[in-house]
Ligand binder design. Structure first.
Ligand code: FES
Length: 135
């Protein structure tokens, strides 16, 4: 299954093609294949910036490069579904531009009202200067 997202980076051109890889996960006694998805190159997300990632059939994601390194979150503020990728990094938090709700980039936890519910955070891997997630 191919699942490269690099052509879907919002706001930056990227003509490199990338093959998705399958990553086996073992659940109980069954082994299932989960898609391992290339999101972007490390250099696509300079320090202090947010990068929106879009791909049909997958949730909208945002890659953040903060003082804690790279983080991958769902790109939806849980207060009113506003894209966090349009916000700003404040230390190890991402701040929603609409009402100022803040989320922890380590956990996705809601830190500052009006955000109450956590935003989904994805574990990622860095390999060959690329950021990957498995979903
Ligand atoms: S929509 Fe994000 S804080 Fe309100």
């Amino acid at each position: 299954m191919e699942a490269g997202w690099r052509d879907n980076i919002i706001g930056r051109g990227n003509n490199d093609s990338s093959e998705g890889q399958l990553h086996p996960r073992h659940l109980g006694t069954k082994s299932i294949e989960m898609p391992r998805i290339n999101l972007c190159k490390l250099s696509d997300v300079p320090f202090g910036e947010l990068l929106a990632i879009r791909r049909d059939g997958y949730p909208s994601l945002v890659v953040a490069h903060s003082e804690i390194g790279f983080s991958v979150l769902r790109d939806n503020c849980t207060h009113e579904d506003y894209p966090l990728s349009e916000g700003a990094i404040v230390g190890d938090l991402v701040e929603c531009p609409l009402h100022g709700g803040q989320f922890c980039l380590r956990s996705g936890g809601a830190i500052t009202p009006p955000a109450i519910d956590s935003v989904e955070r994805y574990d990622h891997e860095v390999e060959d200067d690329q950021i990957w997630i498995t979903i």
